[in-house]
Write a protein that binds this ligand. Structure first.
Ligand code: ADP
Ligand code: NA
Length: 331
């Protein structure tokens, strides 16, 4: 049996969005204290697509600042960047040799990201879910909080761990559970309720950035696309209204309530009432975080120090697990 342990990470590949906050970071904070929690800035995943080196370093600090400003506490959680712990790459290679090409070919995110360009993308982009499995299993993590878009990759992690255990007749790696709960595991963008809010969203009005100030947050919510109808009294009534459903779910996540509870409160209300209320709520919850992020980003040396301390603690867990893996494999 394995001690419950949480691992998750975010790529430093451009600015953090409210999708990353509600779907990941806020939930990371919620798990702090319940179990040992390890949160990584996965910079080696970021370079699966081209990153300007200076921007990458800045984006790494921005993810760390987002973690800290949202309430992750280096005294309670291990916070570090992936490239500082070489064991990730080493176990990643072993898992490249465990995972099957057919498994990778089924990864829908690769198909979406590579599209018609699949011959021209990096080999790393194709292989990254095996590195993600290494990130998780290097700590014998049992729980991985992620947004819905990462579910398939966490399931692949289970498959890789199982195949390793089977091939080497061991029970060395745990079965990892994806933790995908709450109302905001798939936040859509504000202009098109069918597209995920993403760091690479096409226009700035589509996404809320974690660095947006109060005015930007309010303006974007007030301009969010909606439909002409008033709000129904149950979530069921929103099933064919993606923009409306998204806004109610965002409200619920920001206010730590269920969508059912929010829709019951606003039943019959028009957008003229709901959108300003949502904008006020979002400003109240998000702008203190962006203010704190700006303060932290003014002192990059302090962020680097926190990440370096976290890497020391991460290595203490990771290195013995890597050594045992090498022994099992015969390396
Ligand atoms: P992105 O998808 O923004 O490039 P990552 O791939 O680094 O970010 O994802 C980091 C975490 O944030 C993952 O757990 C992912 O599922 C979550 N996440 C990203 N976008 C959203 C979203 N729009 N809604 C909910 N969770 C999200
Ligand atoms: Na993602």
């Amino acid at each position: 049996t394995f001690t419950p342990r949480v691992f998750s990470g975010i790529k430093p590949s451009g600015g953090l969005t409210m999708g990353n906050y509600l779907g990941a970071i806020k939930r990371f904070v919620g798990m702090q204290g319940d179990m040992q929690t390890i949160y990584c800035v996965v910079d080696m995943h970021a370079i699966t697509v081209w990153q300007d080196p200076a921007e990458l370093a800045k984006a790494t600090r921005e993810v760390a600042a987002g973690y800290l400003a949202s309430g992750l506490d280096p005294a309670q959680s291990i916070l570090f960047n992936q490239s500082a712990v070489a064991a990730h790459a080493e176990l990643g290679w072993i898992f490249n040799c465990v995972a099957r090409v057919g498994w990778m070919n089924r990864m829908t995110q690769f198909k979406d990201k590579a599209g018609a360009n699949a011959e021209k993308v990096s080999l790393g982009l194709y292989a990254y879910p095996a590195l993600m499995a290494a990130d998780i299993l290097l700590y014998h993590a049992t729980h991985v909080p992620v947004g819905e878009d990462q579910k398939q990759h966490v399931e692949l992690t289970r498959d890789i761990g199982k195949k390793f255990n089977h091939d080497f007749k061991t029970d060395f790696f745990p079965e990892t559970i994806p933790v995908i709960d709450g109302p905001a595991t798939r936040v859509m963008n504000l202009r098109d309720g069918t597209k995920k809010m993403s760091k690479s969203g096409e226009s700035d009005m589509e996404r809320i950035n974690m660095t947006d100030d109060a005015d930007q947050i309010a303006k974007k919510f007030k301009k969010a696309r909606t439909d002409p109808d008033a709000l129904p009294d149950t979530m069921e009534g929103l099933k064919d209204r993606p923009e409306a459903k998204n806004l109610v779910e965002i409200y619920a996540a920001l206010d730590d309530r269920s969508p059912d509870d929010v829709i019951a409160e606003y039943a019959g209300a028009g957008w003229g009432k709901f959108k300003p209320a949502l904008a006020d709520l979002a400003v109240a919850k998000l702008s203190p975080i962006s203010t704190e992020m700006a303060r932290l980003m003014d002192d990059p040396a302090e962020i680097d120090r926190i990440l370096a301390n976290g890497a020391v603690k991460a290595r203490e867990i990771a290195e013995p697990i890597l050594q045992q893996t090498y022994d099992i494999v015969g390396l």
